[in-house]
Write a protein that binds this ligand. Structure first.
Ligand SMILES: NC(=O)c1ccc[n+]([C@@H]2O[C@H](COP(=O)([O-])OP(=O)(O)OC[C@H]3O[C@@H](n4cnc5c(N)ncnc54)[C@H](OP(=O)(O)O)[C@@H]3O)[C@@H](O)[C@H]2O)c1
Length: 323
């Protein structure tokens, strides 16, 4: 079968023929139609993940066919029985085990789920990792509800945009931040009330004034901007943190956290039950993940370049086969 092989840190992925994945009968072989990129794949190509294995096949997200059914794959492996956090054996599909940037992938049968019927293969491929992360941080951790004022930072990101769509679906009043005015406008077209450019302190202050502050803030940037997000919180707000793209929380005003009785929730991926709940939620509200652009599998390096510069609004998808 054809696959994109990861052969070394900072090396381009190699489109080549490889053997079909070996597997025992606890695994199913999914014939993939589409896969999607996550920031994680990009970090791995830069060597910013532990225990890298070469050669290997990256890719955590996939949609394809298994036993005549259209399916999506839960990339979360060995979460375990504790809903609060994952087990010591936990990993994400696409490193340590070979992932979805290939014509076929071997996955545990219990990680194979029916595809939401209203989605195309490319839209469904955009959903698993980002959808699971967004669902857990927004609902399980931050308990977002209708009528909450919710702020989603960096809405151009795959997880952030799905969190934005999920919060809009339940009737929350949603605002966004972005480094791009165009992306803010696109989020407003999807139902967000407005937004601010995180590169402009004036724009952020204006949003704070206009919104009256936030009950829930969802962030994956961290960095110097995190303190501004804390300032924008109402008393008793919940802050969900699932990434640190911009680095350490510099200059955080600690009194802001305790005087306003803020709760900061770390969140990563999600339990198996949350993956099923997320798919049901997406089907019930007919949520359609935003696909920024689609590349053929052989052009995976071009797709990684788009992710490098964060030009995308939503997910970058790899087309693999029309089965
Ligand atoms: N814990 C988990 O389970 C989990 C799961 C998935 C991802 N993550 C992490 O979450 C982060 C985002 O991942 P993703 O896959 O959604 O990535 P992505 O699609 O590449 O999103 C990156 C986005 O981050 C935003 N951003 C960059 N610098 C920012 C800043 N200073 N302030 C606010 N926003 C900023 C940009 O938004 P604009 O374009 O709108 O400016 C950019 O488009 C990564 O760090 C990733 O490793 C964690």
């Amino acid at each position: 079968m054809k696959a994109l092989l990861f052969t070394g840190v900072k090396e381009p992925l190699v489109y080549t023929d490889v053997d079909l994945p070996e597997h025992d009968d606890t695994f199913g072989l999914v014939r993939l139609r589409a896969a999607a990129l996550n920031r994680r794949d990009y970090w791995i190509t830069l060597g910013l993940y532990p225990d890298l294995r070469f050669p290997s096949i990256l890719g955590s997200d996939g949609c394809g066919e298994y036993e005549g059914q259209e399916v999506v794959i839960n990339p979360s492996v060995h979460w375990g029985n504790d809903p609060r956090f994952y087990s010591d054996d936990y990993f994400i599909l696409g490193m340590a085990e070979d992932g979805t940037f290939a014509e076929q992938v071997a996955v545990r049968k219990k990680n194979i789920y029916p595809k939401p019927a209203h989605l195309t293969a490319e839209q469904a491929a955009a959903l698993p990792l980002a959808g699971l992360t967004a669902y857990r941080v927004l609902f399980s951790r931050c308990q977002a509800r209708a009528n909450d004022k919710v702020l989603i930072s960096g809405v151009g990101g795959g997880v952030a945009l799905l969190a934005c769509q999920f919060a809009i679906a339940i009737g929350a009043e949603v605002y966004v931040t972005s480094g791009s005015e165009e992306k803010i406008e696109k989020a407003v077209a999807l139902g967000a009330k407005g937004g601010a450019n995180y590169k402009s302190p004036e724009s952020m202050k204006a949003l704070q004034k206009r919104s009256g502050g936030f009950d829930v803030v969802i962030d994956s940037a961290g960095g110097d901007g995190f303190n501004q997000l804390l300032k924008m919180c109402r008393k008793g707000a919940r802050i969900g943190v699932y990434g640190g793209t911009a680095g350490a929380w510099n200059g955080v005003s600690v009194p802001n956290v305790f005087f306003k009785q803020l709760s900061i929730y770390g969140s990563t991926m999600g339990a198996d039950a949350e993956f099923g709940q997320m798919l049901d939620f997406v089907s019930e509200y007919e949520i359609v993940p935003v696909v920024d652009r689609v590349f053929d599998l052989k052009d995976g390096n071009e797709a990684l370049q788009v992710m490098k510069t964060s030009r995308q609004f939503g997910k970058i998808v790899l087309r693999i086969a029309n089965l």
